[in-house]
Design a binder for this molecule. Structure first.
Ligand code: PDD
Length: 290
């Protein structure tokens, strides 16, 4: 396999030379933010929404004034994809508080570290293969979602220990995505995905007023469902409601719409609303990119 090219602080470099300083706060403290992006036919899916979320995440960490112009960031991603001659790709854009002389307290002068890594990711599309091997099986884990009072859930930071612990909880099971509850026992989301379920013809997903990352895919799916005239509700749900659902699916940038076939050992159907929404999503991608 030929070596990939990545982007580090404004320069395209071979993967083997794509390094950051060992004192970078993104490494020392998880003090950085990122976006996982999907590139379809050389163009970034929902770029404006990702750029807005990146800016909001940076504002939470209070170094948003160092964010380069959005067009510059977009270009770094596109240049990296082009340098690898990919048409359909996964890209991760990261921005950390960089190296600082002090200890934990952040200094106001920030020289951020900005990186882009990419890998080829063929599109499923209306007649291709999905990127996942099969439908998701979910299991509720003991690890609770970090309350937003401690770490705002709407910021996509480098600190993914919460999700990592949730995935470790799955190790002895056959499940491949976690259901994480908040500290009050409400269903929130997966370790790296938003959760939807269908109850008596109504599409439901936990509200972003809870400790939930406002997923870009989640927003697109909600819009598509509303356009199709499906009854949609965002709210506060118990585990029992998800376990008894007629259908369920999870969403994220790489999986797109991924059906769920089991929740805590209860069979769930990859039913008609899931299939239709997956198809509408594929058509939306094709309409906007090809
Ligand atoms: N994760 N919730 C969490 C905790 C996530 O980490 C993600 C995405 C999502 C879905 O968001 P979006 O639709 O914007 O991808 C929800 C990405 C895939 C990641 O961690 O790389």
């Amino acid at each position: 396999m030929t070596e990939r090219t990545f982007h580090v602080d404004g320069r395209l470099v071979p993967e083997s030379e794509a390094t950051v300083n060992i004192r970078d706060r993104g490494f020392l403290y998880g003090d950085g933010v990122f976006e996982t992006l999907r590139v379809y036919d050389g163009e970034i899916f929902e770029w404006e929404a990702h750029a807005d979320r990146l800016a909001r995440s940076l504002a939470t960490l209070d170094f948003e004034e160092t964010m380069p112009p959005v067009t510059d960031l977009r270009q770094r991603v596109l240049d990296t994809v082009a340098a690898n001659e990919f048409a359909d790709a996964y890209a991760r854009l990261s921005m950390t508080r960089g190296v600082q002389p002090g200890k934990l307290t952040p200094e106001s002068r920030v020289d951020p570290t900005i990186t882009v890594i990419v890998s080829e990711l063929p599109r499923g599309g209306t007649d291709g293969d999905d990127v996942w091997d099969g439908p998701a099986t979910l299991r509720t884990v003991e690890t609770r979602r970090i309350p937003s009072e401690a770490l705002p859930a709407d910021a996509k930071t480098h600190n993914y220990l919460n999700g990592t612990l949730a995935r470790l909880d799955l190790q002895e099971s056959d499940a491949d995505e976690a259901i994480m509850l908040d500290t009050d026992g409400n269903v929130t989301e997966g370790a790296t995905s938003n959760l939807f379920f269908v109850d008596a013809g109504q599409l439901k997903t936990p509200s972003t007023d809870l400790d939930v990352l406002p997923g870009i895919t989640r927003d697109v799916v909600l819009d598509l469902a509303r356009e199709e005239g499906f009854p949609v509700e965002t709210g506060q749900y118990s585990l029992a409601e998800v376990r008894e659902a007629d259908e369920a699916f999870v969403t994220n940038t790489t999986w797109e719409v991924r059906p769920v076939t089991a929740v805590d050992g209860h069979d769930v159907e990859a039913g008609p609303m899931t299939k239709l929404l997956a198809k509408l999503f594929d058509e939306y991608v094709e309409r906007t990119h090809y």
